[in-house]
Write a protein that binds this ligand. Structure first.
Ligand code: FEO
Length: 392
């Protein structure tokens, strides 16, 4: 039994096998967290993906008869959290579904059912007996319908996707699983899911700043309960939402005949010798969801591509399309690559960088066929500019 407080239980589903979440690689699996509050009006906060419904029901039954559930709070319509509402309602047909106005629209559109809805706004309070639940709408963190639920008596924030991590484990708390591995997954989660919505995250942090919080219960992964861990993740969210990054460089490339690789390695050597923190990433062996995590953490992004059919290599194009959507702003970028006879893809790469919100530094360096030492020297010229931009 997963009791997180007297009368409050974790009744979620552990998705041990999940390795891909709409294109985001999830090597650690995930959980879909549902929380059952046993009070005068028993309330379930969020459900789980459709295939976890029976495991969720089994966990609920360990605590109480599901037919007694009075409210199902749907903090977010996305199907990893609302996917079992329909199944659950078979066992508690009189339960009301509590959600934001956009949540009600989205749930009706997803399920084509007209359940009993209770629509709430920021500041509204749901009295469930000994406890009162307050709602904070979080539009675009990360869907229009998203909201969080706060219980003042317990000082718990049920934050839905915010502060979540794709991390399957038997442990329920960050301090049990270890702060470092959880932070790693929370960082990847923010990079791949939340990055475009920095301004909205800042608004939510402002709206929540006066709440007394002893526990943050997200809808994925581990629960934050130690004060130091809570301030750690909140300060990281503030930093990321302000598009701040570390003074380090990321060199990411793909290569056809090792020429662009030679260039990438020359850049790496230069930065390494200069003592600049730098990571070298080959797209042939690295998934783009890991690359955008490094983009979140790096002030300088250096991208290299060979030319194929006058375009960027498709792996680089795919990465840039993804990065353009996520828009980790306030970054510097430098482009490089090798070509045979056509250079059209380099212009595309530069345009993608600008559309991702990055400031291009210097002229891109593009070298014909196999670069020799004289060619590679052209890459050395960018080093002073990188030092200047990174202030190292
Ligand atoms: Fe975890 Fe936006 O769903």
């Amino acid at each position: 039994m997963n009791k997180i407080r007297e009368g409050i239980f974790w009744t979620g589903y552990i998705d041990w096998d999940l390795r891909n979440f709409h294109g985001y690689e999830t090597p650690s699996g995930s959980t879909y967290n549902a929380y059952l509050i046993v009070d005068d009006k028993p309330t379930l906060i969020d459900t789980v993906k459709f295939y976890g419904a029976q495991e969720m029901l089994r966990r609920i039954r360990e605590v109480m008869d599901p037919s007694k559930i009075r409210y199902i709070i749907s903090n977010h319509t996305e199907m990893d959290h609302s996917g079992s509402i329909d199944e659950l309602l078979k066992y508690c047909p009189n339960a009301e579904v509590v959600c934001s106005p956009k949540g009600a629209e989205g749930l009706k559109e997803h399920f084509k059912k007209d359940w009993k809805f209770k629509i709430v706004q920021t500041g509204d309070v749901l009295d469930i007996g000994k406890r009162k639940l307050k709602f904070v709408l979080m539009p675009m963190v990360h869907w229009p319908d998203s909201m969080a639920t706060y219980c003042e008596e317990e000082r718990i924030l049920f934050s839905n996707d915010a502060f979540g991590q794709h991390y399957a484990s038997h442990e329920r708390y960050v301090d049990e699983a270890g702060l470092d591995p959880v932070t790693f997954e929370a960082t990847k989660y923010y990079a791949n899911i939340v990055t475009p919505y920095g301004n909205q995250v800042l608004k939510v942090l402002e709206a929540a700043k006066d709440l007394k919080i002893d526990m943050i219960c997200p809808s994925h992964g581990l629960i934050w309960r130690e004060a130091k861990d809570i301030s750690h993740i909140v300060s990281l969210y503030k930093k990321w939402a302000n598009y701040e990054s570390d003074n380090k460089a990321l060199i990411v490339y793909d290569t056809m005949w090792h020429s662009t690789e030679k260039m990438a390695r020359r850049l790496f050597e230069n930065l390494d010798k200069a003592g600049i923190p730098v990571k070298l990433v080959n797209l042939q062996v690295t998934h783009m969801s890991d690359v955008v995590t490094d983009m979140l953490l790096s002030k300088m992004i250096m991208i290299g591509t060979p030319i194929l059919n006058n375009r960027m290599l498709p792996t680089v194009a795919g990465l840039m399309m993804y990065a353009k959507g996520l828009k980790p702003k306030n970054r510097f970028a430098f482009t490089f690559g090798s070509y045979g006879w056509a250079t059209g893809g380099f212009k595309e790469l530069e345009t993608f960088c600008q559309e991702a919100g990055w400031e291009l530094i210097g002229e891109g360096v593009y070298l014909k066929f196999i670069p020799d030492e004289a060619d590679l020297k052209k890459l050395d010229e960018i080093l002073p500019l990188i030092k200047n931009k990174l202030k190292v």
